[in-house]
Design a protein around this ligand. Sequence first.
Ligand SMILES: [Zn+2]
Ligand SMILES: [Zn+2]
Length: 145
Amino acid sequence: MMTFNLTDQLKERNLSLTAVRLAVLEALHAHPHSDAARIFEVVQQRIPTASIQAVYNNLNTLVEHAIIREIKPKGMPSLYETRIGDNHHHVVCRRCSRVMDTDCRGYAPCLSPADDHGFIIDEAEVVFWGTCPSCQKTTPHRSKI
Ligand SMILES: [Zn+2]
Ligand SMILES: [Zn+2]
């Protein structure tokens, strides 16, 4: 059972509720910030006949229709999530690539460019890079070396 209203969003946009599409959405809801390979693994557990291409196609369609969000931290594959439209940001661990959500501090955009070149700015995409708590424990902090 879907505990969120994504099925309604699919219907509103006239997207068919295929088994693979629903499995992709449920996998993403359960595992936010997953890449396509991870989503494929989760989907395959339920639908063994699902192909990686079908998963990619569904991810692209869902991004195009703004039902899911794609984030692309530098040096990492595209990651996907069902939490959209709130201009939240991400903290990313440089060592283990763990990704966590962090709320936007205020109204979007929460950062103002020094020069907007006449653009109407509606979003600031921010990635905070650092070292997550478990990596801080396993590896000495650079400043202490
Ligand atoms: Zn880490
Ligand atoms: Zn997120």
